[in-house]
Design a protein around this ligand. Structure first.
Ligand SMILES: N=C(N)NCCCC[C@H](N)C(=O)O
Ligand SMILES: O=C(O)CCC(=O)C(=O)O
Ligand SMILES: [Fe+2]
Length: 332
């Protein structure tokens, strides 16, 4: 099946890892060991891979995209009922042209959601993102389906990270220590109009901010492109039922630069509308992220990345959010 797609990025069936991921001696299992070797190669070589055998039903994956197409097809006034504002914690719907990447407007519309937390929980930094998520009222089941989906993506991300932790030569649980006991998450529900032009950028080149991203994209258009170590842009051709998984900036820091977050961009060079639902699994909001001791000992830092050695994740996130929405006017 999978070989039909001639994918240029590695495809990893994580079934054997999931089957054992609650056993502390999982590393001794031959099936797990093989998945772990593939994860290591993928994370070193490109930082992007397809995940199959992940256990999340294709029906749910497709439902999430169908509902998202339905929402973006609504009249503009309808979508504006859940409009993003800075006062509302940058949560909600943003029209095309509101999102900026490296100072340039992106050709996409989106709904941004962040894990909700009590007022004051994350101090002054957290204030920027305080608010309630604004889920579409139409389709009606949107919120319930997405909350279920977020739960499944959270568990899946934690389990993939157990494999990555083994791949780095640690125990399965290096990414479940004190910086990661209360993982934050971000969700972007994105729509890209079909423009049929190579020079219209759906989303400019960036790296993701957290630990691990799970991308659920339309099956019938290729738009996401990933920068290879050689500097080429590799198309991430869709594989139905899969997630594309990529590593984010916090994983770069925690691994002391061994696994680096990879630049990627989106160009929907097709006449048709494309949706993508991206789930971002993060550290604790307040985590002061720095290389884990176990990896500092194993790997002296290779300094190739632009990312600092140590950051507070929540600060990194809000710097990005505020740059992205620098032109947002709440009452326009
Ligand atoms: N949470 C993530 N990865 N969001 C990516 C959004 C697009 C890039 C953003 N405008 C930027 O400039 O970073
Ligand atoms: O649309 C996509 O395939 C990826 C979107 C993305 O990179 C992001 O939102 O961070
Ligand atoms: Fe991204």
């Amino acid at each position: 099946m999978v070989t039909d797609y001639k994918s240029l990025l590695p495809v990893i069936d994580i079934g054997p890892l999931l089957a054992k991921c609650d056993d502390s001696d999982m590393a001794d299992d031959a099936g797990v060991a093989q998945v772990v070797r593939k994860l290591d190669r993928a994370c070193r070589d490109v930082g992007f891979f397809y995940v199959i055998g992940h256990g999340i039903s294709e029906d749910l994956i497709n439902k999430v995209k169908e509902m998202t197409h339905q929402f973006f097809q609504l009249p503009y006034e309808e979508k504006l009922k859940i409009k993003i504002t800075s006062a509302g914690g940058y949560r909600g719907y943003q029209r095309i042209g509101v999102n900026f990447t490296s100072g340039k407007q992106d050709m996409h519309e989106a709904i941004d959601c962040y894990r909700e937390f009590e007022q004051g929980k994350h101090g002054d930094i957290g204030k920027v993102l305080e608010g309630q998520n604004q889920w579409p009222g139409n389709p009606q089941e949107y919120k319930d389906v997405m909350e279920e989906y977020i739960k499944l993506c959270t568990d899946l991300s934690r389990n993939i990270l157990r494999g990555i932790s083994l791949a780095l030569g640690g125990s399965p649980y290096e990414f479940e220590g004190k910086m990661l006991r209360d993982p934050f998450w971000v969700m972007r529900i994105i729509g890209y109009p079909g423009v049929n032009q190579e020079d219209v950028i759906g989303c400019g080149a960036h790296t993701d901010y957290g630990l691990l991203t799970l991308i659920n994209q339309d099956d019938d258009k290729t738009a996401l492109q990933v920068k290879s170590v050689d500097g080429d842009w590799i198309p991430a051709i869709p594989i139905p039922g899969s997630f594309i998984c990529n590593i984010g900036d916090m994983l770069t820091i925690l691994t002391n630069g061994v696994y680096e977050s990879t630049l990627h961009k989106v160009i929907n060079n097709s006449p048709r509308y494309r949706v993508c639902v991206a789930f971002f699994y993060e550290t604790n909001f307040d985590a002061e992220v720095e290389p884990l001791d176990v990896f500092k000992e194993k790997y002296p830092r290779k300094v190739t990345s632009q990312i600092a050695k140590r950051v507070v994740y929540g600060q990194h996130l809000i710097n990005k959010v505020q740059a992205t929405f620098a032109n947002l006017v709440d009452n326009s």
